[in-house]
Design a protein around this ligand. Sequence first.
Ligand SMILES: Cc1cc2nc3c(=O)[nH]c(=O)nc-3n(C[C@H](O)[C@H](O)[C@H](O)COP(=O)(O)OP(=O)(O)OC[C@H]3O[C@@H](n4cnc5c(N)ncnc54)[C@H](O)[C@@H]3O)c2cc1C
Length: 385
Amino acid sequence: MIDIDVLIIGCGMAGLVAARKISEANLSTMVIATGLGSTVLSSGTIDLIGYFDGGKVRKPMETLDEFISQNPGHPYAIVGRERILQAFQEFNEKYDSFTRYEGNLEKNLTLLTPLGLFKPTLLAQSSMIRGTRENLEGSKVLVIGFRNLLNHTPALIAKSLKENWEIDADYIKLDRSETQPVQLALLLESHSEEIIQSLNEHNLGNYDYLALPPVLGIRRTREILSEFEDILGAKAFETMSFPPSVPGLRLQQLLEQPCIQNGVEIRLGWRAVEIKTTKKGCQTQIVENDSKQEISSKAVIIATGQIMRDEIIASEKDFQGSINPQILEYLKTDKEMRLIFGGKSFENIFVAGSALSEKNMTGLGTALSTGYASAAEVIKYLKGN
Ligand SMILES: Cc1cc2nc3c(=O)[nH]c(=O)nc-3n(C[C@H](O)[C@H](O)[C@H](O)COP(=O)(O)OP(=O)(O)OC[C@H]3O[C@@H](n4cnc5c(N)ncnc54)[C@H](O)[C@@H]3O)c2cc1C
């Protein structure tokens, strides 16, 4: 039987942020998941509060108190302003490797979308950061597309930039056969120079910015972006894209990498079906294909997301119930991120991520801040600090 300090169920943003923090406190940590969740499918930009009261939010930290007072059941109300700030600051400081996130915690970015509109978000990968409305206003933009790439229409983006935002924009389409963004990203990862040089055949004129779909490799994005800029002589950036997106894949890898380096075992294809808990610890039943096994741990974090969660039965000596139904319900915690079920808090089951979010009021910011907060509470519970 596996015996560890902390078992985390779920391999999305919430589970992996928690796993990193807990493993850094020298607690043995394991992550199990049926598969990858919505984190990898997302656009890869991290929202704190993008929209509220029917409008775009400019300063999400200023809107937070009003948001919480109107939504007292939201995870942000439980985590609180201070820990939300800490979670974002720690994310900005620590997650810096093949890609990193940029953004000002006080003010949302407004990033160019594949529809040629601008979407508010708090943090974006550094390759996307130039594609803000503020930056592009008054400049000349070339939208670069690839002929067969799905869900990317450079003509539409250029038209919208001109008509909706009065930004001077043209477009070109490069002749490529790849249809999927990931295919193109992998190709650029190994053959970027060749593909960029082929652009020289076109008479590109003078542009301030080159707007590309987010396909500039997975781990070499910064180098590929610089190659575009050096060869074509203009500043370049990646726009947002429809899911599943390459930035979502980069984010998933960015989150997994430090966990693996810290010795966290990540097992995919493992489904948690039951957690039995006593004051001494938790026994979690896992199903992998047709075989079953048990994991013994001092604490469990449930980070099973919202749209892809499989049912888990939780029991303590005098009651039992489904805590993770497959319908769109959400879990509740107390202020210490402990699961509340049947009117009482579980001593050693904690919850993080969009499993906690009412309806669809969720995003990567919820996953990040609750992953951070649940890890801090687990560390306090097991180590007393
Ligand atoms: C298409 C799409 C686009 C999005 N775009 C954005 C965006 O632009 N900005 C933004 O901020 N947010 C966006 N979101 C929302 C964001 O992706 C989610 O809120 C966030 O990823 C949730 O993270 P999580 O860790 O809570 O859950 P998830 O990433 O969903 O992870 C859940 C994990 O739990 C596992 N699991 C579930 N049940 C079990 C079980 N019984 N046993 C074992 N494992 C289990 C799953 O396999 C998975 O690994 C988007 C979501 C989608 C779907």
